[in-house]
Design a protein around this ligand. Structure first.
Ligand SMILES: Nc1ncnc2c1ncn2[C@@H]1O[C@H](COP(=O)(O)OP(=O)(O)OP(=O)(O)O)[C@@H](O)[C@H]1O
Length: 785
């Protein structure tokens, strides 16, 4: 502020001014919503008409529906910011773009994704980007309830500056940010459009068209950034991505539920959220693998196993199979089958597509046998049958059910589900297909046929679908005749149009008047009708294994096995992906230790790394406890810097093994009355502690908390968590960093060496320890209120 700046108007006057602007925006929003609803109901009321009219109606229905979804999503927090530029221009920033009704060129509100809104996220005092003042607006039910300002450059004639030196903290909109971060969690992730930070914005808007890897420690906003990037890309490349769809992969259904509201709250619905386990159409993961089985199934070595499993289904009989045709016994013997199988395999076609070759060679052999039996001359031994006779024999053999059944049994049509189920249900089949597996691995993989599929099975089903192929010749024929019918219908429609054209027009053709039949032929008309599809790309993609997504986002990407990457790459032939994760949090034994190992087989060195360095979730006190653990996992990684402290020292509560549930119960009972909490423990303690769960408190094994967060976290038996798996330290690191406010560690075993920063409360004689824990948590809760 310059010394001779005019006196600042009081904040209440500013709020009144902002309220007027906000009223204008809501009035316009209501009008837009009203028009669009009216248009939608008009379109919905129309019926019949030409195929083209129907097709257009479907497109308009989709367009209007999408617009209404966007308007509704923008209702809360429609406008949240304002930029005052150094030349006097002001820009309001919000959830959608709104133009002035009378002066269409003037934006009343800028969509947060629009280029002109960008300085709202990037401008700093050091690099103000022409911004004199950035204002954060707080609103509730269409009322402006408060504002905070940051003065970045030049003079500004209004309002006091916000508390805190945002620029020096390297944080934009510090007051708004800290208010957002300090709020109690609801169990569902919310969007962060109001407080996106500079390093996050750069990733969200990155123009990189290849694989962008976003590496960042816990709580750095990787998930938030990934979802906002999806919204940004849909806004910027709407035409392309609405057609091809965006896929977001998350680690498990709980996580997908946790993030499910973010994109709809940004008005974006055309995104498919899926786990790897549910990505194979028609299959939902319903069973879990132990680590040994998951490692076997996740390794690329399993491809050879699957190939062998398919080959094992292409059998040659030890003894000839006798099949009777027209009263003649014909032999399908080993030699014939071996030759036919060799021909089928050498074609390099997938199994199901190679079957016709096998069948045709066996039929040829059978036809030769029959020709010999019925056509050999008794005079000179020559064959009396003509080529046409032989062709008839082959055709009759091909159409004979019994012959077909015998041949198909030797080289059967297979589905991926069938091959995988049979492979895992039989130790013999498994050992034949996977001779390299040891007894422990075989025992881990074998399971009864009716067990269902696991997460790690989906990539195997996908691989098998490639190896087997789909013999869709019958489907193609059906499709062709459907298309022929459709063209005939379209031609009929055009004929009617031509027939109904006024004669006087036909007589003296007016070149200015073009009719539908001048512009379109039957093929084009049929095609237009065909492409009209009321389902969104995401809905269609979910049912289509061969769908090529326009953009693929992978969250918690460090957990993906090499086989899962292979499956995903098939869904992303253009390799336009955003991959977010943290290699220090890798819990899966076959997960990523280094990004290059996972990505280079598919994109060589053509992937770009972006890093996030600030932790928005975990308070400084808890990160200080977790830092030595990170050093033990990967000494080269730097822990992210926490943006705030919570004022609550993380505690350890020593107890006895038999009293562990009592001690945890005491800590749970002392939790604050608002916010969420989780008890995170080794898997074998889950049943014992489950009764402590409730509406606000979850009891979970550490493997399931990836990506989630809670206001208070109670970690139980950290030593057992470390001992529980090869990646136990990473599991503990993940567990410790889930808390937004408080952390308590309850243990009967010795605390791991890396956990030195905890404040010990209680002495291990359970009742006093629990009481002490209660006291401290109560005191902490009291302080927070
Ligand atoms: N710019 C921001 N403004 C407000 N909140 C933010 C911002 N960035 C991140 N957050 C919040 O910080 C928390 C952590 O973010 P997020 O879950 O995306 O981190 P992450 O890097 O994916 O964490 P992890 O690797 O531990 O799963 C969330 O509550 C998120 O909403």
């Amino acid at each position: 502020m310059s010394d001779n700046a005019p006196a600042e108007p009081p904040v209440s006057a500013e709020i009144t001014r902002e309220q007027r602007a906000l009223d204008a925006m809501y009035t316009r929003l209501d009008r837009l919503r009203g028009y669009t609803r009216e248009r939608l109901s008009r379109v919905l009321l129309e019926s019949g008409g030409t195929p083209q009219a129907r097709s257009e109606r479907e497109s308009y229905t989709q367009l209007y529906t999408d617009d209404i979804v966007r308007y509704d999503a923008a209702e809360h927090g429609l406008c949240f910011g304002r930029l005052d530029m150094d030349d006097g221009e002001t820009r309001h920033v919000g959830r959608i773009g709104i133009r002035d009704e009378d002066d269409y060129a003037t934006p009343l509100l800028l969509d947060w994704r629009a280029p002109l809104a960008r300085p709202f996220y990037l401008a700093t005092a050091l690099s103000p980007d022409r911004v004199a003042r950035r204002r954060h607006l707080r609103t509730r039910n269409r009322r402006v309830t408060g504002l905070s300002d940051e003065h970045l450059s030049g003079d500004c004639d209004t309002a006091p500056a916000a508390a805190g030196d945002a620029a020096s903290a390297g944080v934009a909109g510090e007051e708004a940010l800290l208010a957002a971060l300090g709020q109690a969690r609801t169990g569902r992730m919310s969007d962060i459009v109001e407080t996106i930070q500079g390093e996050q914005d750069t990733i969200i808007r990155s123009g990189h068209r290849g694989v962008l890897v976003v590496q960042g420690g816990p709580g750095t906003g990787k998930t938030a950034v990934a979802l906002h990037r999806a919204a940004y890309l849909l806004y910027t490349h709407r035409k392309q991505l609405a057609r091809s769809g965006v896929l977001v992969i998350g680690p498990n259904p709980t996580f997908l539920e946790y993030i499910a509201r973010v994109l709809p709250s940004l008005g974006e619905t055309g995104v498919l959220l899926s786990t790897i386990g549910d990505l194979y159409p028609g299959v939902t993961a319903s069973t879990a693998d132990d680590r040994t089985a998951a490692a076997v199934k996740g390794s690329l070595d399993v491809i050879a196993v699957l190939k062998k499993a398919v080959r094992d289904r292409q059998t040659v009989p030890d003894e000839p199979v006798i099949v009777r045709f027209d009263g003649y016994p014909l032999r399908i013997d080993r030699k014939t089958c071996t030759k036919a199988r060799g021909r089928a395999r050498s074609s390099r076609r997938p199994h199901n597509l190679a079957r016709p070759l096998f069948r045709s060679m066996v039929i040829d052999a059978l036809a030769d046998q029959l020709a010999e039996a019925i056509g050999t001359s008794v005079v000179d031994g020559s064959n009396l049958l003509s080529t046409a006779d032989l062709a008839d024999i082959r055709r009759d053999l091909r159409q004979d059910e019994a012959v077909r059944a015998e041949i198909d049994a030797l080289f059967p049509e297979l589905t991926p589900q069938q091959v995988l189920t049979d492979l895992f249900a039989s130790e013999d089949r498994l050992r034949s297909a996977a001779p390299a597996l040891d007894d422990e691995q075989v025992a881990a993989v074998v399971r009864p046929a009716a067990s269902g599929f696991s997460d790690a099975d989906a990539p195997l089903l996908d691989e098998l679908a490639e190896l087997l192929g789909v013999d869709d010749s019958a489907e193609h024929e059906r499709e062709r005749s459907r298309w022929r019918r459709q063209i005939a219908d379209a031609q009929g429609a055009l004929d009617i149009l031509t027939g109904s054209a006024p004669q006087d027009l036909e007589d003296e053709l007016d070149p200015e008047i073009l009719m539908a039949y001048d512009l379109i032929d039957a093929g084009e008309l049929a095609r237009r009708h065909d492409t009209a599809e009321s389902r969104t790309a995401a809905e269609r993609a979910a049912e289509d294994r061969t769908w090529a997504f326009g953009h693929v986002i992978v969250d918690e990407a460090q957990e993906l096995s090499p086989m899962a990457w292979r499956m995903l790459m098939r869904r992303s032939p253009n390799r336009w992906m955003t991959v977010v994760g943290d290699t220090a949090q890798t819990g899966a034994v076959d997960g990523a230790a280094a990004w290059d190992d996972m990505l280079s087989p598919y994109v060589a060195q053509r992937w770009r790394l972006a890093e996030l360095t600030v932790n928005y979730r975990t308070p400084g006190e808890i990160m200080a406890v977790a830092a030595p653990l990170l050093a033990a996992i990967d000494p080269d990684q730097t822990p992210p810097v926490s943006v705030r402290d919570s004022g609550h020292a993380p505690e350890s509560i020593a107890t006895e093994a038999e009293r562990i549930d009592e001690s945890v119960a005491a800590v749970v009972a002392a939790l604050p009355l608002v916010g969420t909490a989780a008890v995170l423990c080794p898997p074998d303690l889950v049943d014992r502690l489950r009764h402590l769960g409730g509406e606000r408190v979850e009891v979970m094994p550490v493997a399931y908390v990836k990506g989630l967060e809670f206001d208070s976290v109670i970690v139980v038996e950290p030593d057992a968590i470390i001992a529980g798996s090869e990646r136990g330290r990473a599991d503990l690191y993940v567990a410790l960093t889930r808390a937004t406010q408080r952390l308590a560690v309850v243990h009967s075993r010795t605390l791991p060496d890396e956990l030195t920063g905890l404040r010990a409360v209680g002495d291990g004689a359970a009742p006093p320890a629990s009481a002490a824990a209660q006291d401290t948590m109560r005191a902490a809760a009291g302080a927070a209120r």
